[in-house]
Design a protein around this ligand. Sequence first.
Ligand SMILES: Cc1cc2nc3c(=O)[nH]c(=O)nc-3n(C[C@H](O)[C@H](O)[C@H](O)COP(=O)(O)OP(=O)(O)OC[C@H]3O[C@@H](n4cnc5c(N)ncnc54)[C@H](O)[C@@H]3O)c2cc1C
Length: 386
Amino acid sequence: MTNRFDVIVIGMDAMAAATCWYLCKHGIKILGLGQLEAPNNQLSQAAWKKKIERKAYYEHPDYIPLLQRAYKNWKDLEIATATQIYYKTGILYFGDANGSFIDGLKQSAQEHATAQVEINSAEVASKFPLFKNSPTHAAIYEPDAGFVVGEQAVSLYTSLSVAAGVEIKRREKVLSCELQDDFMLVKTNEDSYKAKQVVICGGAWASSFIKEVRFVPLVTKQIVVWMNPLDWAPFMVNKFPSWFIEDEHRGVYYGFPIIPPNSFGGPVGLKIVHHLPGVVSDVDAIDKGITKDDEESIRYFLAKYLPSANSNILGFKTCFHTYFSEEHFIIDQLPAYNNKVTIACGFNGDGFKLASVIGEILADLAIKGDTNLPIDFLRIDKFTST
Ligand SMILES: Cc1cc2nc3c(=O)[nH]c(=O)nc-3n(C[C@H](O)[C@H](O)[C@H](O)COP(=O)(O)OP(=O)(O)OC[C@H]3O[C@@H](n4cnc5c(N)ncnc54)[C@H](O)[C@@H]3O)c2cc1C
């Protein structure tokens, strides 16, 4: 009987760790299963420190209420652990003055009263002198936005959950989840477990061990680069903003100020990411090298928008985005399993900022079968590929 749980959470990275914490509040027996020894490596997407946190969500205004709740929940985590997780750096946005990127930012501000200001080129030059903007671009500044430190947040959710009694087993790979009478049977490479509810946060592998999910993930290789500007002082956190820039030819690039290595560990330098989906890849065989094209893309951005950082590359990492639907994340319960399975996947390059609210939603679904948070636009029946 020791292998019986109320809820089993699969994945044990960003979304799963947050879910465990929100489940703890219900005083039930919880098991977390993850195939990795620790979160954040090349078999997950949560790696490499800073994650952009913005309420100005140009992609779709329906995400804004979730983002507002996510901010509150990150604050709760900071209070529960007396640790700073969120860094308010402000985010500077550039994009075609007549394009959908800037329009989307303005629409999200109008519909949900997010704080952001349009700034003219003279203000850009005086407030953000290291940036060059194109004359056809508009500039918007979101003062309340910033970043969360990803690894730290995952590790805090995990340690809080363990302290509250959640059992976490790592290096255990889930092989199958089956409905048996009134419970779910979860088989791993080590053991078998029974649970009243299963929550699957398996990233790119989310559909691989459960028959009823027929989505095939699209996985793209992504590159993160750390530059080594000649003078670090003007690029340090508290002096330099985070930024999010849509180039008309190459899509969105974003990046962060330098954070002191002695407080956060490596990698160090000025972090830059090309947000555009990269080369479609096999998630289990991603090429981990940086190509000439990858470097050219970063240099193109720096030469055009941030020339004083166009110096040596200090380091780079490869990871991947997972898309289960081109448009949105997927969060729902599966009727084929009598609603005993909740799935959350397809968080592509934008999910981390929402991990704190996704955890709350997944716990609600597993415990109550529903949530007060607005997720209807993310339900599985909204997508055609099932
Ligand atoms: C380069 C890059 C930059 C990004 N920047 C940002 C950003 O600035 N802001 C932002 O909001 N988001 C960002 N993201 C996106 C964000 O990191 C992801 O959306 C988020 O981390 C997804 O978390 P997850 O828990 O769903 O998935 P994952 O992190 O992939 O975790 C899934 C876990 O499940 C485990 N697993 C899979 N199968 C099994 C199994 N059978 N048994 C046991 N365990 C299993 C995996 O090993 C993995 O550990 C970025 C992503 C990348 C790649």
